[in-house]
Design a protein around this ligand. Structure first.
Ligand SMILES: [Zn+2]
Length: 253
């Protein structure tokens, strides 16, 4: 029996929290130099207590355990619950926002969200965006521009060049004027990759939404925590990723 596209999307939604949990294991394991084949989450990293199968069920386990180890009460990394719920919500959202779209566009939207979510968490935790993610993303964006019918390859190529030139200019200028890094090279590569993904026409909207959401976040932090919060360096990756996903959804809908 051949699986229909609708069945495949249902399967994708059902597997989303489990995939989110597995990607969390890789992210947390990478931070602790653990093997991803023998995930760290099988045993508590603090007391070594072997985690029961029922306590590995995504989202539900986090709620039952109240976000801590069953035995020693060491908090479980927030990466798990964020990616488990994030993968689930983004896949449902993609289907709801693109109800009349073809299967390949919905599938691409889900995969894009599943790349951006761990990338955002990595940036929040490590304060950098790895080349291992941004450069393949730029290459994949150019490939989709060449093969997929709803984007133009020249627009994508120009988007990549424009994204790189503009963000690199901002990064270098800020560094020379202020004597410190404002926009990191990881951000520059991600902006270039996004330019290749959405095409140059949507680049201003992408930059606008990323900047305005980052600014709103800083203002909120100043209101909550006081003026010193405004001087702290914030990871720009999550805002770039979120903005790109929304603009890309808009561009294809
Ligand atoms: Zn423990």
């Amino acid at each position: 029996m051949i699986m229909s596209k609708e069945h495949f999307l249902v399967l994708l939604i059902l597997s989303a929290p489990f995939l989110g949990s597995y990607v969390s294991t890789i992210l947390v394991g990478a931070g602790q130099k653990q093997s991803i084949i023998n995930p760290v989450f099988s045993n508590c990293s603090n007391c070594g207590h072997q985690i029961l199968l029922i306590h590995k069920i995504p989202i539900l386990a986090y709620i039952i355990l109240k976000g801590a180890c069953y035995r020693c009460k060491t908090p479980i990394s927030w990466t798990y619950i964020t990616l488990e719920t994030g993968f689930l919500i983004s896949s449902v959202l993609a289907i709801l926002v693109l109800p009349n779209q073809t299967f390949d566009r919905i599938f691409f939207a889900i995969i894009l969200a599943w790349i951006f979510l761990p990338l955002s968490i990595f940036d929040i935790q490590k304060q950098r965006l790895p080349d291992l993610a941004t450069i393949p993303l730029a290459c994949a964006a150019l490939v989709q521009g060449y093969f997929l019918p709803y984007v133009n390859f020249i627009d994508c190529l120009f988007g990549l060049i424009l994204g790189f030139v503009l963000s690199a200019t901002v990064s270098i200028s800020y560094c020379k004027i202020r004597g410190q890094t404002g926009l990191g090279w990881g951000d520059v590569k991600l902006i270039s990759a996004v330019g290749a993904l959405i095409g140059w026409q949507f680049l201003p909207w992408f930059v606008f939404f990323a900047s305005i959401s980052a600014l709103m976040y800083v203002i909120l932090q100043i209101i909550i925590r006081g003026r010193q919060a405004g001087r702290e360096r914030i990871p720009f990756g999550p805002f770039l990723c979120g903005s790109c996903w929304l603009v890309w959804l808009y561009s294809i809908s």
